[in-house]
Write a protein that binds this ligand. Structure first.
Ligand code: SF4
Length: 110
């Protein structure tokens, strides 16, 4: 399961530098994966959509591993002062999938 940032986000930016996968982007900023840039209208390679935000920080499901392979708990959730980084019920995944993604991201340099 990926983590998502809810609209309670206060745009403090504490989470972004903590993400080992560069999965967190500031609202309105395009995101990147494997050298390709994606915008608000784009669907992620996995088919995931609806995660982009123009107003507050957001997490790209195709890049989030719940910090598996790096930490014991999601680092964004650990540092968020308003607890708005929560499990995303729309993107539920098994640990094996998350670890495979970590390997993939390792391979492409994120
Ligand atoms: Fe990044 Fe970890 Fe938060 Fe996922 S759970 S967005 S990998 S810091």
């Amino acid at each position: 399961m990926a983590i998502k940032i809810t609209e309670e986000c206060i745009n403090c930016g504490a989470c972004e530098p903590e993400c080992p996968n560069t999965a967190i982007y500031e609202g309105g900023v395009d995101w990147e994966l494997a050298g390709k840039v994606y915008g608000q209208e784009d669907t992620a390679p996995s088919g995931a959509g609806g995660f982009y935000s123009s107003d507050f920080f957001y997490i790209v499901p195709d890049k989030c591993t719940e910090c598996k392979g790096f930490h014991d708990e999601p680092q964004c959730a650990a540092v968020c002062p308003v607890d708005c980084c929560i499990p995303d019920a729309d993107h539920v995944e098994e640990e094996g999938v998350l670890l495979a993604r970590k390997e993939y991201l390792d391979g492409i340099g994120r």
